[in-house]
Ligand binder design. Structure first.
Ligand code: SF4
Ligand code: SF4
Length: 252
């Protein structure tokens, strides 16, 4: 399978002379670029088999590496060129788990826009295949689980605890879980927004809507953040709900 993107080739394998004349023909520049071959001896073909046998991964072998998916992917084009669907499929088919692991920090970035799938001339369900690769790796403990799953757990715990969601507390509780220092009032121990280490992006994201809120709504929100209202009779219902969720495997 061809490698299309030069950024994916290790610089030491690229040979190119600034000035080269062969048989009187000047082939300076890109015309004389040579990529030295490499030997791959660390791979696991069972990994690819596992993906093909999973419901979402069945189309992986239809890929002929044209790179249309990568060319149309907004994450690749506007965020981080290391996010490369074609290359992930290539690595998965060869069972090059180490190489996939090296890219674990970007592989979850798919925004599920399905542009790749619409463009693929071979009918590969690209987005599904990528998720199958990630799920297989996470199941084997090769990468961390889907980051949004951590938020889902945090969200579920919050609902189970109070029987309702208070947006501010949920948001700042989550920010705290990410390692930021959140300031809490000394009596009720509730987070006070924007005191502590609020990330810049969050400030920008929240200040605008807050500015457009009327004062009554703002006071109500602040009150809810400090005096967390609970759903009536929630503690009994909570026990039942927890038990059912545990039995169904939705809670660990
Ligand atoms: S567009 Fe389809 S065939 Fe082309 S590289 Fe992507 S998945 Fe493979
Ligand atoms: S679905 Fe994911 S991989 Fe496909 S184009 Fe969109 S962001 Fe890229």
């Amino acid at each position: 399978m061809a490698i299309h993107e030069r950024s994916l080739v290790e610089p030491e394998r690229i040979l190119r002379k600034e000035r080269l004349v062969i048989d009187g023909v000047d082939v300076s520049g890109d015309w004389n670029l040579i990529i030295l071959p490499r030997v791959i001896n660390d791979y696991d073909l069972d990994f690819a088999k596992e993906i093909i046998n999973s419901p979402d991964g069945k189309t992986i072998n239809q890929c002929y590496q044209c790179s249309y998916c990568t060319a149309s992917c907004p994450v690749h084009n506007y965020w981080d060129e290391r996010y490369n669907p074609r290359h992930f499929i290539y690595l998965a088919r060869l069972g090059m788990i180490d190489e996939l692991q090296k890219r674990a920090d970007v592989m979850w970035r798919c925004v599920s826009c399905h542009k790749c799938t619409h463009r693929c001339p071979k009918g590969v369900l690209v987005e599904e295949v990528l998720k199958a690769i990630l799920r297989t790796m996470a199941k084997k403990g090769l990468i961390e689980e889907y980051p949004s799953k951590k938020f889902d757990k945090f969200f579920t715990e919050s609902v189970l605890e109070y029987g309702r969601i208070e947006d501010g507390e949920l948001l700042f509780g989550w920010i705290e879980k990410q390692g930021y220092k959140v300031f809490k009032d000394p009596i009720l121990k509730k987070p006070i927004p924007f005191l502590g280490e609020t990330p810049e992006w969050l400030k920008e994201l929240t200040v605008k809507p807050i500015k457009s809120m009327n004062i009554g709504f703002l006071v109500l929100n602040a009150k809810h953040m400090l005096f967390h209202p609970r759903t009536k009779n929630w503690s009994r219902f909570k026990q039942v709900l927890r038990k059912v969720m545990q039995e169904e495997g939705a809670l660990h």
